[in-house]
Design a protein around this ligand. Sequence first.
Ligand code: HEM
Length: 389
Amino acid sequence: MRFEPFTDAALADPYPQYAALRVADPVHWSEKLRAWVLFRYDDVVAALKDDVRFSADRRRASRPSRAGADAAPAAALRTVASDPPDGLAVRALLNAALVPRVRAVGPRIDAIVAELLAELAGRHEVDLVADFAHALPIRVIAELLDVPEPERDRFQALSRTIARGMDRLYGSDDVSSGLREIGAYFLELVGTRADAGGDDLVRQLLDAEHHGDRLAPLEVVATCTALVFGGNETTVNLIANGMLALLRHPAELARLRDDPSLVPSAVEELVRYDTPPQFVSRVVATRCEVADKVLEVGDSMLLGIGPANRDPATFAEPDQLNVSRAPNPHVGFGLGTHFCPGAQLARMEARVAVSTLLSRFPCLTLAGEPVWRRTMILRGLEHLPVRLH
Ligand code: HEM
């Protein structure tokens, strides 16, 4: 059986195909993607935890995979997508700088969501992707970095080009030129912040110290770019995929409306149920066997975190949405060294977005067929038409 992620049926619902492959060929060589694709929870978790055998540094691939994850020009993510001990200091510094900044930005998320929804309130039907979900994470990242008001439109346009390019095939021109432009923009920003006070993330990254290490200005630029890369489309997709899942499960939606204390566990369940990044990529660094397959050094791998999150060996009734699921050991934010540094921020944004949408629009319903983007890595909607009233 071959893995065919781009058929109309698979784009609308990839999970039946994952279930079949999990049984028939759980460590699957895809000639089309030129990568090993892993479908079982235990195999995915073992690979995520094993930095020695499986490298996150795509430059080590002897046969780069053709899957979209590799469209992220490696340079942009070099500081974070490297293996220990390289990148450990950067990651520690990023986490140290993000924690207080994310806490400080919390109340602004409420205000941004309120502003965005106020703009929609007079309308009967809207596209939750274009009219709401897309605007939120970009505005929040602009807030984290304290991008000055007059530059926000340009910043948001650049962020969108980059985020959208993530899932295209290698060497997309507008992504590379967008990257150059946003790199130049961040370089400028770092230059102005170096001599100024303030507590924005750029300043925090410049000042952060870990065992005597500090980030060089160019590393701060790369880190800011990685945040725009990692934090945009993923969060848009969590909100849109999540709202679609809730609208298609009215009983679960009603439970959540009746008991808002379920919002945090509901958001974890939405990450599990329709995971925004369905796959993360690795390169085999040491020849090894997984299940009964031999993986050679330099082979590309796609670890199915979306497939793992529906594995019946780990999750009872994996295809059921359950807003109070416990335990819920999903791997939607990854695991181990590369665990998503933006997870807390993404959770905050999704909690505020979902709870405010439900409380403000008690009669929210689907207004037509959702349209999926033609992507396999970053699973997300192009359009989600809803009726607000
Ligand atoms: C729903 C939202 C999000 C999801 C599901 C998500 C998921 C992930 C996953 C699975 C990884 C691990 C990749 C790997 O193992 O190779 C990751 C890494 C990363 N994420 Fe997120 N992410 C989200 C939001 C964010 C946000 C808001 C930010 C930034 C503000 C962010 C920044 C990053 C960065 C920089 C990395 C690379 C970390 C490293 O390689 O050490 N993400 N994310």
